[in-house]
Design a protein around this ligand. Structure first.
Ligand code: SAM
Length: 456
């Protein structure tokens, strides 16, 4: 693998300005930010004693208006440490749950889709903390265009990774193409100074022995040898001889001579029989193998060991664990405004983060509430939930008593009941009532407490 040389000193021809994406119907940012905020009503307040400026909230509503509403709330605006969204992918499809309930439509395409996504990204940037991160999950339909939009909204310099996720096992395609097993997560931050806990995979004995082949005779410490020079010639101290030795042509020492002397004094330099210095990297100083940008271990549900809700396109919770652990600390606020089955919310809760979720699908809301109270079920068992003694009809949305008692679909599940549920006035609660025993909000809802206004 060739490594380019940074700062070569050559100035290429300059054309200034950012690269932008042109498409019909693209509105000005200011105009988008003038979107009227939704006025959600409080439907149910569970466990009101939660001690946080931003107690957990679940919104049933169209997310653009809810995001505009959250932007007016100073406990949320500029406070969200990590955002994960898994929006529709412009597949021109309609998605059903495993029980064949209509879950959501994914019919927008082309410019209409891009503007839909961009409007939400613009608001999400407003909600993100200065040291916050955003992860946007897409597939090949729109990831490339979305990358340009995210460069526009968050700044190309704040792009961190294009993560490739293996989403499923190999398939026997009949189409004349290579099998499609990947989708993508675009990772941006709001600034250069962001919360980051490097994810590592623990060493296996086999890999450790393969990579760390040397053992220090005196200490027994296992180490590997790496060069102490880097590409690019330098005129300063790192380009000058050290211990009478020049760096190789076109390269420079990675450290100042004084630092190299200190490292050598500590025994951290390996001298080859021919007198070449190398730096020792010790196995016991390494937490593991740093995670790279291809993630193969988070396939969507594919076997009985994985618990699922049955909501279409629900993501593997371990994927969200990695993201939330890497980019936030306990007590931080996590947001997902395309919440679906509530994977992000459930994982954030388990990792002791506060969370805000939004979705406009009644099936998503039913699924989230069922998940919070009962957990998920092993994949093959989902369709036979009734055999556990739980009738799906018992699991009601917005019931007067709130979340039903946990009945134990999943013995290890700890019910989540430390949140408030809000609905925007235009959501069709009446349509839900017939199917799911919902009491329309007009009969029982109160206004949500007004947001803490922000000083503009
Ligand atoms: C791909 S699914 C998310 C799945 C989720 N990551 C999970 O693990 O279950 C996308 C979700 O976005 C929701 N959605 C789409 N457009 C929306 C909008 N304008 N406002 C709120 N939710 C929306 C859909 O109802 C759907 O539940």
């Amino acid at each position: 693998m060739a490594t380019g040389i940074p700062n070569s000193g050559i100035t290429p021809p300059q054309i200034t300005g950012a690269v932008t994406l042109a498409y019909p119907g693209k509105r000005a940012t200011d105009e988008i930010l003038r979107t009227p905020p939704a006025r959600p009503k409080l439907v149910t307040q569970l466990n009101p004693t939660v001690d946080s400026p931003t107690p957990n909230r679940l919104y049933y509503g169209e997310n653009l208006g809810v995001l505009a509403h959250l932007r007016e709330d100073c406990t949320v605006r500029g406070q969200v440490r990590v955002i994960y969204i898994d929006p529709p992918y412009a597949t021109r499809s309609v998605f059903h749950s495993r029980k064949l309930a209509n879950a959501y439509d994914d019919l927008l395409a082309g410019p209409a889709y891009l503007e839909f996504l961009r409007e939400r990204l613009i608001f999400l940037r407003e909600l993100l903390a200065e040291d916050g991160s955003i992860y946007v999950h897409l597939d090949e339909n729109m990831a490339f265009q979305a990358k340009v939009l995210m460069d526009e909204v968050f700044g190309a310099g704040n792009f961190r990774n294009w993560i490739t996720r293996k989403k499923c096992n190999p398939k026997n395609y009949t189409r004349k193409t290579y099998g499609n097993v990947s989708d993508y997560i675009l990772f941006y931050t709001k600034s250069d100074n962001y919360v980051w806990h490097r994810a590592v995979n623990a060493w296996t004995d086999e890999r450790a022995l393969r990579e760390y082949t040397n053992v220090e005779p005196d200490t027994g410490r296992r180490f590997k040898k790496v060069p102490i020079h880097a590409p690019g010639a330098r005129n300063g101290a790192t380009g000058k001889p050290w211990r009478g030795m020049n760096p190789p042509p076109g390269k420079h020492w990675q450290y100042l001579p004084s630092t190299l002397d200190e490292m050598d004094a500590r025994g951290e330099i390996y001298w080859s029989p021919t007198g070449n210095p190398r730096r020792k990297i010790y196995l016991d100083a390494s937490a593991g193998v740093p995670v790279q940008d291809i993630w193969t271990e988070f396939r969507d549900a594919h076997n009985q060991n994985i618990h699922i809700t049955g909501y279409p396109t629900e993501k593997n919770p371990a994927l969200l664990e990695r993201i939330i652990n890497a980019s936030s600390n306990p007590g931080d606020l996590v947001l997902d405004c395309f919440a679906g089955s509530g994977t992000t919310l459930e994982v954030a809760n388990r990792l002791n983060r506060h969370w805000i979720g939004v979705d406009n699908s009644p099936e998503a809301l039913r699924t989230i509430l069922r998940r919070f109270s009962h957990g998920a079920a092993p994949m093959g068992d989902f369709v036979s939930v009734a055999s556990s003694g739980v009738s799906q009809d018992e699991l009601t949305l917005f019931s007067e008593t709130g979340i039903p008692e946990s009945i134990g679909l999943n013995d290890t599940h700890h019910p989540i009941a430390n949140f408030s549920l809000h609905a925007t006035p235009e959501m069709d609660m009446a349509g839900l009532e017939n199917k799911t025993d919902v009491t329309p909000p007009s009969k029982k809802s109160r206004s949500s407490s007004p947001p803490q206004p922000c000083v503009a």
